[in-house]
Design a protein around this ligand. Structure first.
Ligand code: HEC
Length: 294
């Protein structure tokens, strides 16, 4: 802690540093926004570009801090700023950097995708906290110089941030248990009975037929197997983006079919694209039963 009064004295800073600080902030925020909005596979190239941009911006920030005036606007720790603000800005930098870097790794290693998704959600949460805190501070509660008031302990705030991060990360695997998959199948069975009272059970044989069916509806995406592979226990390859897809079979990818929203979203997207029609509840249950038997 520097003595009171010293903080108020302005440090002479070249104008470029202030400009660089603003530009950098816009570059990071813009890059993250673009990456967030393009996370879909149809905009994959843009997503990868934005991801590298974000990683570059985080590294650039560290480089700028090294060359800039000590205690100036580009210093990582700026005297006079509330500790909470510094702590959350640091959390954003670390979380966004980790999200970006895990994305770069996931590009070549699909197994890292879940981690990348978790870290990206965490980064978004950190950004929300950072923005909320800054807005609160700007209302004038803490930015008014009150030398008598001690800023909250950075350690406590970091612990708070870390606890939040751990909770978010734990929420991922917590959803990824067998109960979720069982509940999904039970829900589909109920829907299949509602569709057809004669329905008795899902069939892995019908599921395999669906997996390999070539209806001719889409020349480029001829069958589910076109992307998911003839052998579902082996990694597939996306017919459009060329990216590897984790094996569709449960035995090879134990986290399969544990996120009902993801499963529904994929059926709603992949069935019309490949078969030219929606998949019924029976189709869905058959398909899952086939891949769970593999
Ligand atoms: C254009 C390529 C492509 C085709 C064709 C395709 N899929 Fe997919 N599918 C994907 C991708 C990419 C994912 C998400 C990555 C992952 O789950 O590893 C996915 C995931 C899924 C999932 C979710 C798996 C899970 O673990 O939650 C289901 C269900 C699914 N696809 C069903 C189908 C069905 C049914 C067909 C055929 C009618 C089909 N897919 C055809 C690309 C494709």
């Amino acid at each position: 802690m520097s003595p009171a009064g010293a903080e108020a004295r302005p440090v002479p800073v070249p104008a470029w540093e202030r400009a660089a600080g603003r530009l950098w902030h816009a570059a990071l925020a813009g890059g993250f926004l673009v990456a967030w909005l393009t996370a879909d596979e149809d905009t994959y190239r843009m997503h990868v570009f934005a991801g590298w941009w974000v990683v570059g911006a985080v590294l650039a920030r560290l480089a700028l801090a090294v060359v800039a005036t000590p205690r100036g606007p580009l210093a990582l720790v700026r005297p006079g700023r509330p500790a909470a603000m510094l702590a959350f800005a640091a959390l954003v930098l670390v979380a966004v950097g980790a999200a970006g870097w895990s994305g770069v790794v996931a590009d070549g290693h699909p197994a890292v995708e879940d981690l990348h998704e978790g870290l990206s959600n965490l980064a978004l949460a950190a950004i929300g906290l950072h923005v909320g805190l800054v807005m609160w501070l700007v209302r004038g509660r803490w930015l008014r110089p009150r030398p008598s008031q001690r800023a909250p302990q950075p350690l406590r705030l970091l612990l708070l941030g870390g606890g939040l991060a751990a909770a978010l990360l734990a929420a991922g695997p917590a959803r990824a248990g067998d109960p979720a998959r069982d509940a999904l199948l039970a829900g589909l069975a109920k829907a299949a009975r509602a569709e057809d009272p004669a329905f008795t059970a899902f069939s892995p044989e019908r599921g395999e037929k669906l997996y390999r069916a070539r209806t001719g509806a889409n020349a480029e995406l001829a069958a589910c197997a076109t992307c998911h592979g003839d052998d579902p226990t082996r990694p597939g390859r996306h017919a459009k983006t060329g990216r590897e897809i984790r094996p569709a079979a449960l035995s090879a990818t134990p986290s399969r079919f544990t996120d009902p929203d993801k499963v529904t979203e994929r059926f709603d997207r992949d069935c019309p694209a490949v078969l030219g029609r929606a998949c019924s509840a029976r189709d869905r249950g058959d398909y899952l039963t086939f891949l769970m038997s593999k």
